[in-house]
Design a protein around this ligand. Structure first.
Ligand SMILES: [Zn+2]
Length: 215
């Protein structure tokens, strides 16, 4: 069984890549956001606590996240390959993740980092518009709506989400760079860092991941 951490800045397509690993290679995909929502839905005490923060877009403490993980992981097939999406988000979480995987007797095989330059992140994010009614997303360059400014599906006026504005995209990217550096450093020292250029097409990125992971 392989155990993979998949990471990258917003807009790098990590979710799509993880989904492809699930569909084509039978991986289990494990995501923190889903865990918090679901643990909240089943009224798990830690889930309720975490959602107080998460629901407001605030930071859920490392300790709380990693208290939930052992309970959450019970629902995944431990005989399968696992891909965790953005689960180690700070240097402080590296040791917590190590301990967690020790309990499962699953050494980490690779930290896959999907790399993007700031310019590309800005292009992908700041040209993105969203329908507030049905959630459809459009992109001025890659996926423009048919009638400018209006949703193809339901006709509502499109909006730009705050996280997609130019200013916010820039500051999120810089924040990301700062936090990812020590994490990359650690996994590079362990010899399990795989860096992949996330600027080409979904298919090309996938091919690169498959090759580098020997799948
Ligand atoms: Zn719509």
């Amino acid at each position: 069984m392989k155990t993979i951490l998949l990471h990258g800045p917003s807009g790098c397509g990590k979710d799509t890549q993880a989904d492809l690993l699930v569909d084509k290679y039978g991986f289990e995909k494990i995501v923190t956001g889903e865990m918090v929502r679901e643990m909240y839905n089943i009224s798990d005490p830690d889930g309720l606590k975490a959602y107080e923060y998460w629901g407001k877009g605030a930071f859920v403490s490392d300790e709380l996240v990693y208290t939930m993980f052992p309970k959450w992981l019970e629902r995944y097939d431990s005989t399968k390959d696992w891909v965790f999406v953005s689960v180690v988000r700070s240097a402080g979480q590296i040791a917590l993740f190590d301990n967690l995987m020790k309990e499962y007797n699953r050494p980490l095989d690779a930290f896959v980092h999907l790399k993007l330059t700031e310019d590309i992140v800005i292009e992908r994010r700041s040209l993105r518009w969203t329908c507030p009614n049905c959630g459809a997303t459009y992109h001025k360059k890659y996926k423009p709506e048919k009638v400018e400014g209006y949703c193809d599906k339901c006709g509502k006026t499109l909006i730009q989400r705050e996280d997609d504005t130019l200013e916010k995209t820039k500051s999120l990217y810089q924040e990301y760079q700062k936090t990812i550096m020590p994490i990359l450093e650690e996994y590079r020292n362990r010899g399990i860092l795989i860096e992949i250029d996330a600027s080409p097409s979904i298919e090309e990125i996938q091919k690169e991941i498959i090759t580098k992971l020997n799948l």
